[in-house]
Design a protein around this ligand. Structure first.
Ligand SMILES: Nc1ncnc2c1ncn2[C@@H]1O[C@H](COP(=O)(O)OP(=O)(O)OP(=O)(O)O)[C@@H](O)[C@H]1O
Ligand SMILES: [Mg+2]
Length: 235
């Protein structure tokens, strides 16, 4: 049996008196895309932030079978997990290329240049805008750059926090095309989305969060056919 790349057990995240995530248990199989769905404030970003280690949590997180307790964010990234945060946090005054280089600061110059070329193949728009300042990119281009930057280290588990947020339908299509291309290369993904239908179309398995707890889970295809979810999330 293949063991999960990510195994989360009874994970809780609290901020003062707000219990953002309550005793959540979930897993990601190697090479699969797992969607996390749920409305505003359900705790989705808190979950991802806890997994990468930028907010504290209780419970257990195993990455490739190893506990992440006491492992700082930087080491988690070095070990192969990365997060593209909801706010896409780019360095606005730096060029597209320099933003990518920062994502690959662990690589030597030659390896980084090679990787930037590969990322340019995946996102032709970034190749075209290599010298443009990040602050002047469109929303869609920024999302591509944030994803490209996370991919510099060739992660085993890519976590995406609402990659379609604020983007026009045609650009959302492009973002999901890239997700499918990454899936075809074997990258495992944890995909947080409010755009449930689009997420379920690329995912293998999904969890639905409601006020901090997982209330439904199942294969993506079963969820797409579930009339209750249809009413609640798929519109
Ligand atoms: N740093 C913080 N301090 C206090 N409360 C927080 C903090 N971050 C998040 N929360 C609260 O935790 C709850 C979950 O927030 P979270 O951002 O995880 O939800 P979400 O599912 O990602 O929502 P959205 O879809 O709007 O991004 C919310 O009630 C939010 O107000
Ligand atoms: Mg969020």
């Amino acid at each position: 049996m293949i063991s999960p790349i990510l195994q989360v057990m009874n994970l809780s995240v609290s901020y003062d008196r707000v219990h953002a995530v309550r005793e959540c248990t979930l897993q990601v199989e190697p090479g699969s895309v797992v969607a996390v769905l749920g409305s505003n404030g359900a705790g989705k970003s808190s979950l991802l932030n806890a997994l990468i280690g930028i907010v504290g949590s209780q419970g257990s997180i195993l990455f490739e079978g190893k506990s992440l307790k006491k492992i700082p964010t930087e080491q988690r990234v070095a070990d192969g997990m990365t997060l593209v945060p909801e706010r896409r946090e780019l360095f606005g005054s730096l060029s597209v290329e320099d933003n990518l280089r920062l994502g690959g600061f662990r690589l030597n110059r030659q390896a980084a240049s090679r990787r930037i070329d590969e990322i340019g193949d995946l996102f032709p728009v970034l190749a075209k805008r290599r010298t443009q300042m990040a602050a002047t990119l469109s929303g869609g281009e920024r999302q591509m750059l944030a994803m490209g930057r996370a991919l510099m280290v060739n992660p085993k588990l890519l976590m995406l926090d609402e990659p379609s947020l604020g983007l026009a339908p045609l650009i959302i299509k492009d973002v999901f095309k890239v997700i499918l291309a990454l899936k075809a290369r074997g990258t495992s993904m944890l995909l947080v989305e409010q755009n449930a239908r689009a997420a379920l179309e690329v995912a293998d398995y999904a969890y639905v969060f409601e006020v901090g707890s997982i209330t439904h889970e199942g294969t993506a295809s079963a969820m797409l056919d579930d009339p209750r979810l249809e009413r609640a999330y798929l519109g």
